[in-house]
Design a protein around this ligand. Structure first.
Ligand code: FES
Length: 181
């Protein structure tokens, strides 16, 4: 990527719309202030930024570049190279469905279809109400429980369509209750 390519260009290429909210950038400054030295720290800094915001906002990426004396294109290069980084806000829940072989042969496709149908989104997308983001992944490392999904940090195994529906209904209910608190 050349030095004059910005995250805006990357987002435009990917068809991602700009978010309009003002972002509090104080946490980004705090993250960088806490470093003894910045050399080789770009990825850990971006990871910390993503932990704070749930994704890496463009304004935060620009602060990181400016404060760490890097070209913005260097920062955007890292952000777009590593799939762990997200450039847009993600849902309150991250739902990962395994599409690996063990899960596939034990009915993973049905589970994935059920999730996509219930959420109304596909791989890499987030529901409009920010309830959840959905991803298909190669293997969740729990093949003995196939087919498996992860909801946030919890694994749910030996799923079928009915069980998946029940889990998702519970999640929706818990989410609604939590938001009403
Ligand atoms: S193949 Fe699904 S958890 Fe490994």
């Amino acid at each position: 990527m050349s030095a004059d390519v910005t995250l805006e260009d990357v987002k435009q290429d990917a068809g991602i719309e700009e978010e309009e909210e003002q972002i509090d950038l104080a946490p980004v400054h705090r993250i960088i202030d806490s470093l003894k030295e910045t050399k080789g720290m770009l990825i850990p800094v971006l990871q910390d930024v993503q932990t704070v915001y749930g994704y890496v906002p463009e304004e935060a990426a620009n602060v990181v570049a400016d404060r760490m004396r890097l070209y913005r294109s260097q920062v955007y290069g890292v952000l777009t190279f590593y799939t762990q980084f997200h450039l847009t806000p993600r849902g309150r829940h991250i739902i990962r469905a395994c599409s690996g072989t063990a899960c596939h042969v034990r009915g993973g496709k049905t589970v994935i279809s059920k999730l996509e149908h219930m959420l109304g989104i596909g791989h890499g997308e987030t529901t409009e109400d920010m309830f959840a983001s959905f991803e298909k992944v190669a293997c969740l490392g729990a093949c003995g429980l196939a087919p498996v999904i992860m909801i946030d940090n919890d694994a749910h195994g030996t799923l079928d369509s009915v069980k998946t529906e029940r889990i998702m209904d519970n999640l929706r209910e818990m989410d609604t209750m939590k938001r009403a608190e």
